[in-house]
Each structure stands twice: as structure tokens, then as C-alpha cells.
Design a protein around this ligand. Structure first.
Ligand code: ADP
Ligand code: MG
Length: 240
């Protein structure tokens, strides 16, 4: 479970997260929506311990992310993260890309790491592309590769930050299908997305970020089809 308690985060004297609290339970899918600059990406970075916070607390399975005693490398093995930009190693083929972290971080034998990598390429539908280099893959395939790489570390949680925003429209579906498959298999996920239809159909809950606070959070369908707050309504009118 991820527990976020009254978190505040500033860059210099610019406060961008202004007291956010929320909980994500095991198996739950939470989508974060909101205007550009409202603090969604920063929130994910704080959960992953990539950014320090100025107040409050974030707990992942009871472990305080920002406590000095916390081993961030160990914690990050619990949290897979995928960004908008594909970040595969260009000089390694797809299979080697997925095998890398199990080999280096988990210190698996090369043979075992490759076996894990094959399983995860298969999971995201890239078995046929195992020997291909990242630059020869389509954007959708590269994002599925990024997901496979994160999954190979056997995370308990997946964080997605606009993973389909840079894709040509015809490639969005295959990536969303992979995320839906993860949901079906019970993965706990926090996903920043502009895809309101996906959030409505495939999230359990939706949180609407507005100026560094959660303006509204609730059942995905309810928040998107019948929001309680005027601000949420205005945002949805603009993007739908
Ligand atoms: P979103 O993902 O909702 O578009 P962000 O979390 O990226 O929003 O940004 C929230 C605010 O924090 C913005 O005003 C942005 O300019 C600022 N910001 C984000 N990252 C940094 C950074 N590394 N240094 C300074 N300001 C930042
Ligand atoms: Mg962002």
C-alpha cells in the first residue's frame, strides 16, 4: 500500500505540491489527471524518492520513502516507473535491455536473467522483437519494452507518467492494452494520463490535481462523468 500524508514539495521557493494526502491500496489503479504544471509528475517523483519533500510523509508498504535510514535502491525495486520518453539502452537489443537490471541489480546469473527477460518480452507481446535494437522498434513497441524492463524487477507497484503522450495515435492502443493486462493481473498502479477515456474505463479511482492540491478524488466513472467540483468540470470540458 502507498500512503501519502500531507506532502509538501517546493523547488526553491516555488511550492508545487501543497499538502497532498492519498492512499493507494493493493491491486488498485489510480489515475492522476489535471492541467500541465499541476504537480502530477512531481508527485510520482516524490513517491519514487527521486525528489525530496519539505513536509509530510510517503510510506510504501510501511517504509518511509524519505527517511534517512531507507535504502532507496531497495525501495525502488518495489516501484517500477515508466516515463513518456523511451529510455532503452541503444547498444543493447530488446532482450538484453530487459535482462540488464535483473543481472546487475538482482545479481542473477546471465542465463536466468535472459530467461526472465524472455518471459517479460512475451508478456508485453515483443517475443518476435527480442533481437531487435530499440531504434528499430516503433514508439509503441519501445514503450512496451520500457514496461517489460520495469516488470523484470518484479515490482509491487507501477508508476506511469504519460506513457502514451508522445505516441502516434495508432500506437496508443497496444500500450494501453498492456496496462489493462497488468490491471487484470492485479498490479497496483498510479498513472498520470491525459487519456480521460482510459481513466474512466480502466482506473478504479481518479484524482484531479489542480495547482498542487487534489481538488477532487473518487470513483473513476463518477469523477469523470459527474464531477462534484466546478474546477474538475471546467478541466474536463476543456480536454474532452
Ligand atoms: P505536471 O506533471 O502536472 O505537468 P509537474 O509536476 O511537472 O506538473 O510540475 C509542477 C510544477 O513544478 C511546474 O510549475 C514546474 O515548472 C515545476 N517543476 C517541475 N520540475 C521542476 C524542477 N526540476 N525544477 C524546478 N521546477 C520544477
Ligand atoms: Mg508531467
Amino acid at each position: 500500500m502507498i500512503e501519502i500524508r500531507n506532502v509538501r514539495k517546493s523547488f526553491g521557493n516555488h511550492e508545487v505540491i501543497k499538502g497532498v494526502s492519498l492512499e493507494v491500496k493493493k491491486g488498485e489503479v489510480l489515475c492522476l489527471i489535471g492541467a500541465s504544471g499541476s504537480g502530477k509528475s512531481t508527485m510520482l517523483q516524490c513517491i519514487n524518492g527521486l525528489e525530496p519533500i519539505q513536509a509530510g510523509e510517503i510510506l510504501v508498504d510501511g517504509i518511509s520513502v524519505h527517511a534517512k535510514s531507507t535504502d532507496l535502491n531497495l525501495l525502488r525495486q518495489k516501484l517500477g516507473i515508466v516515463f513518456q520518453q523511451y529510455n532503452a539502452f541503444p547498444h543493447l537489443n530488446a532482450l538484453e535491455n530487459v535482462a540488464l537490471a535483473p543481472r546487475i541489480v538482482r545479481k542473477m546469473r546471465p542465463k536466468d536473467a535472459l530467461e526472465i527477460a524472455r518471459e517479460h518480452l512475451d508478456y508485453v507481446g515483443l517475443s518476435a522483437q527480442a533481437e531487435q535494437y530499440p531504434t528499430s522498434l516503433s514508439g509503441g513497441q519501445q514503450q512496451r519494452l520500457a514496461i517489460a524492463r520495469a516488470l523484470a524487477m518484479k515490482p509491487d507497484y507501477m508508476l506511469f507518467d504519460e506513457v502514451t503522450s508522445a505516441l502516434d495515435p495508432e500506437l496508443v492502443g497496444e500500450v494501453l492494452d498492456t496496462i489493462r493486462k497488468l490491471r487484470t493481473n492485479g498490479m497496483t498502479m498510479i498513472m498520470v494520463t491525459h487519456d480521460i477515456a482510459f481513466a474512466r474505463e480502466s482506473a478504479d479511482r481518479v484524482a484531479f490535481f489542480d495547482g498542487g492540491v487534489i481538488c477532487e478524488i473518487g470513483d473513476a466513472r463518477q469523477v469523470i462523468t459527474a464531477p462534484n467540483k466546478e474546477r474538475t468540470q471546467q478541466f474536463l470540458q476543456r480536454v474532452l
